[in-house]
Write a protein that binds this ligand. Structure first.
Ligand code: PLP
Length: 362
């Protein structure tokens, strides 16, 4: 096997090596089951134990109070952009959305196909370089829900703390779920595609309070109905069994890191290593994001020219095994995605390479 690269991919992205190794050990035969998890019925006792344990660990790691459903769904976070208004937005109601980047504006576009949407705040005026301040929110009294995106994967901004709303708060946490402790009782729903912080692509975790689950209209197709998925314990149809198994392993790994408190400490040190390299470069590197809105998961940065950015990316790959540093095609530049599984040493290697590159080319 070749040596592993330092993987800054935005998603699908790096997974903890012990998780990959354990999944590999069980790939051909799960324990003594005589077959792989991929070959088992989703109604077998082995898989039942896996999905129940995965759910229990998600509940304990995140700290989900009683009165919430945990669902394992498909269709990516992107299908949630449609399912949320289809299930939660009643006739004549309005949902508020806060627009902080590509994913939240996509969520808004999809929701507008379903019902009445009010954009309560937006940072589009400065190319999504900041998180809007609560004083600027133009919220709808009696809104069906308020939708936010906790971390903006492409622009590299993140809410420093959760805002409070009167209406139920629904949050897309695809790119920072389980990266820090949260107070789940402040949210009515959080959801995330697994492929950034929780496991492989193919499964979406939706955690939703019972009163929202109960809103699903009976006329909705079963595959689109939260009420149906919750009632069937995510087994209405064949779920992505192997992906759910890997999520279970990632949850065990998070517990072994000291839970979300332990994970947060390391994540802070990782982000600091790279932002410090940016800030001490005398302007060679710059972050489009405002300082108080900087993301600890996706660090977007620019160099003095696009030519230097291309050289930085290719030399980083050749000299230091740094992989996946190209920014999103919509915004260009560079981006280091440093999800939970990225070790501090990977960020330190990047920071050192940044120092050397700036000295040589500045
Ligand atoms: C990646 C991402 C999505 C899209 O996820 P899919 O699983 O590809 O649909 C949505 N929201 C955020 C914040 C993301 O980072």
């Amino acid at each position: 096997m070749g040596e592993r690269l330092i993987n800054f991919n935005a998603g699908p992205s790096i997974l903890p090596v012990p998780v990959l190794e354990e999944a590999a050990r069980n790939l051909v035969e799960y324990g003594t089951a005589g077959m792989s998890i991929m070959e088992m019925s989703h109604r077998s006792k082995e898989f039942d134990a896996i999905i129940q344990d995965a759910e229990a660990r998600i509940r304990s790691v995140i700290g989900v109070p009683a009165g919430y459903q945990v669902m394992f769904l498909q269709g990516g976070a992107s299908l949630q952009f449609s399912m949320l208004p289809m299930n939660l937005l009643g006739a004549g109601q309005t949902a508020d959305y806060i627009d902080t980047g590509v994913w939240s504006s996509t969520a808004i576009k999809e929701a507008k196909k379903v019902g009445t949407i009010n954009v309560a705040a937006s940072s589009a005026d400065r190319k999504y370089a900041y998180i809007p301040k609560p004083e600027s929110f133009k919220l709808t009294p009696g809104a069906a829900y308020v939708h936010t995106t906790s971390n903006n994967t492409i622009y590299g901004t993140q809410w420093a703390s959760a805002p409070s709303f009167d209406a139920p708060h629904v949050c897309d946490m695809s790119s920072d779920i389980c990266s820090r402790p949260i107070d789940m009782s402040k949210y009515a729903c959080i959801y995330a595609g697994a492929q950034k912080n929780l496991g492989p692509s193919g499964v979406v975790i939706v955690i939703m309070r019972d009163d929202l689950v109960a809103r699903s209209p009976e006329t909705l197709s079963n595959m689109l109905s939260y009420k149906n998925h919750a009632k069937k314990k995510s087994l209405h149809n064949t779920p992505p069994t192997f992906a759910i198994y890997v999520v279970q392993l990632v949850m065990k790994w998070i517990e072994a890191q000291g839970g979300l408190k332990g994970i947060e400490q390391v994540n802070e040190a990782k982000a600091k290593a790279i932002y410090d390299a940016i800030d001490r470069s005398s302007g060679f590197y710059r972050c489009p994001a405002d300082k108080d809105s900087r993301s600890k998961m996706n660090i977007a940065f620019r160099l003095p020219s696009e030519e230097l950015e291309a050289t930085f990316i290719s030399e980083g790959k050749k000299q230091a095994k740094l992989h996946g540093l190209k920014g999103h095609r919509d915004v260009g530049g560079c981006r280091a995605s440093i999800y939970n599984a990225m070790p501090l040493a990977g960020c330190e290697t990047l920071a050192k390479f940044m120092d050397e590159f700036a000295k040589k080319n500045g």
